[in-house]
Design a protein around this ligand. Sequence first.
Ligand code: DAH
Length: 342
Amino acid sequence: MDQLNTLNKMTEEAQAAILGADSSKALYDLKVKYLGKQGSLTQMMKLMGKLPKEERPKFGQMVNVAKKELQAVYDNREKAIGDKELEGRIQNETIDLHLPGPESFVGSKHPLRSVIQEMTQILSRLGFSVRQGPMIEEDRYNFEALNFPKDHPARDMQDTFYIDPEHVLRTHTSPIQIRTLEKEKLPLRILAPGTVFRVDSDVTHSPNFHQVEGLLVNKQVSMAELKGVVGFFLRNFFGPKTKVRFRPSYFPFTEPSAEVDCTCPKCAGKGCRLCSNTGWIEIAGCGLVHPNVFKSVGIDPNEWEGFAFGFGVERMAMIKYGITDIRHFYNNDVRFLEQLIL
Ligand code: DAH
């Protein structure tokens, strides 16, 4: 029977080819060639038509047996090639542990946070400890109890964001003085760092900025003591040669009040652009606690005295690190922040 010969020859050829294949790609091509839908073994079935009727079932059986055998040969070979290829990959694909890994990004404290921390650390050495208060503040704490009467022109000193007639975004950290005096026992010495808000915006002013407030209350205090504390602080912050002077000023919640200047840290008092050639830089406000402030929280001003001071954090940082535009602090451009990892 010719057909049988053809079948046997083809099966032999196919087996030899499959056993000789040495890659999964070559093997796959052979599968298509012999066992696929258009493959030659499948085509053999079509030869059946040419056989006498009685021989057809036998021939069909033989094609099926041949197909099964070939499939088994194929499966074995596929596994062998797969194992070999995997082995090859394990041999060749090595991980070079000497290569540096991709650089990972390390975060850091925001410069303003670092400066606040530095400020509070210096003053904590004199026994001051930190208090906080809300950013949305009652008019009573932000103004009234600090001796800014309603409709008093002193309120114009601070360009205020009003939430409603009774609530403001705090314009300074001084309301924390009142909140602390209301709650705590005397004597005390506290620092109040925090974010404050004013309708003000240019290269040195931002509608949201930071202050560090100080308050000390004792049986007796003096301007000399206040100057000693402020001087200690500024010498530690800007350097030991820093000189300090007080100029008379006005704040509703202190009497007397003073503006604090220190010798320009950039030119050491010689005169430069930063200090407008004066050698001095205005750096803080301060004074002795006004009797009305004590009265507003039920403290007898004949029994207790106090001093207070307020520093602008951005201003301190700009002067110390030579930053000319306040907006750098808030844009959070990593190139700027990286230069100020303190
Ligand atoms: N609160 C004032 C302001 O924001 C700064 C200030 C001045 C605070 C004098 C004080 C002080 O505690 O005694 O302009």
